[in-house]
Design a protein around this ligand. Sequence first.
Ligand code: J2J
Length: 524
Amino acid sequence: MDGFTPWPAELEERYKAEGYWTDRVLGGVLRGDPDRTALVAGGDRLTYAELDRRAERTAAGFLRLGVRRGDRVVVQLPNTAGFVVAFLALVRIGAVPVLALPAHRESEIRYLCELAEARAYVCGETDAGFDYRAMARTLPVEHVVVDGDAQEFTALADLDADPAGYPRPDPADVGVMLLSGGTTGLPKLIPRTHRDYVYNLEASAELCGFSRDTVYLVVLPAAHNFALACPGLLGVFATGGTVVLAPSGAPDEAFPLIERERVTACAAVPPIALLWLDAATWAEDDLSSLELLQVGGAKLAAERAAEVPGVLGCRVQQVFGMAEGLLNFTRLDDPPDLVERTQGRPLSPADEIRIVDADGRTVRPGEVGELLTRGPYTLRGYYRAPAHNARAFTPDGYYRTGDLVRALPSGHLVVEGREKDQINRGGDKVSAEELEDHLLAHPAVHDAAVVGVPDPVMGERTCAVLVLRDAAKGAPPTLRDVKDFLRERGLAAYKWPDRLETADSFPRTPVGKVSKKALAARLR
Ligand code: J2J
């Protein structure tokens, strides 16, 4: 596929020889007993045999629509059976789902369709008053498929045809594209091959002790790497367990599902974990089936991690992962001190990490530096982004994570901060530059800088600092005005600022760049 950076041949040989890469493809992940429950979603309850049949018939439907191996298809669905069916159907025929989040809007979706030259767009009906079908009318795609009332488009349920033979994707093919958290003006796509993503999900499932007895609750968007494949719903399918989809992590939705389905495992971001710790003290639901709560996406405070076993009656596992690849997990048999105070250690013996200073030199053991990594499931380049790739990777193929970490003698990593220009809003990533570019388009704005400010629940919130044009100084825009403006521009709401400040000028670094550090300090 053009725009995809492969691994060098010698590493490919090594990853195959050492068993990290196999011939297994994403379409083959349904490995449970045919009569066991694979998926519970709203009113849907599907056995492995039923889910397999629906995926197979939908795959044939996509083929009949004209979607072919290698075609990109932007998928934007909430946590519904439709997401799982569409995903499995597409990967089976070798089409490449480009996984957008339900929160994305026209700014992101149009760009993704254009960048990926998507053949089709798959969406739901509405989300809190927003109509995906109205947006779909303006998108540059041949086909729109809607899970629900399709209006003039094709209903997902009507993509139903008798399975016929189709060409199997090659394990080395790009199987799925994930969205990067982003540090630049425009979102980046992460191509994941069948074999690297299959390794990712199978190795994660083994590390987490998943089995046919696992009942896994999805509370994060199913399209997010963590909930999809770390081990996520795909890791559960590969080990024969049951996936339960919740619309969100709100305790009043998630807790009754845990009780009813006897949920054993779940992946959450810190704000959800904090909500649960609080709600469990008064909620009457029976959470005793829970064995494992994975927490990642942003740093979980050691004190909160320590509360999980006592309050929720289950183990906690910290996960420091990234859609780009590298996953770090605390191990199920790690002593409490490591589980509470570290963000885990790399999943794979083949993960290579370096911790470097500003000059790219490896720091002394235990010192803080930027984490670089390469390995059998870490990308070698963003999709169709040569200029950005030249900066985001070292010449020898290490991905620059932008995360500041230190390593303990055990190999466990502690996340100490971040070098990248990004706000981590409780696990949701906001690229400062992307938001600044939108703000600069506002008629009252002369200059804009976006920084994170500390928040007890979210970890950080987003603060936009504006230098106003002289003409606007008499009637500066309010936070409400700015949000309305960003909604108009079709920017996802989680990227809108939480706080607005004005300034006469920005503090600068010696080379003249805005000093985000000094600006954040000024705000505190
Ligand atoms: C501090 N920062 C963390 C943690 C991620 C599992 C878990 C998370 C993600 C994810 C994921 C962190 N403590 N425990 O894909 O499979 C920050 C880092 C990292 C960035 C990646 C998974 N866990 N982070 O969060 O692609 O800054 O993936 O580089 O959304 O989140 O973001 P994302």
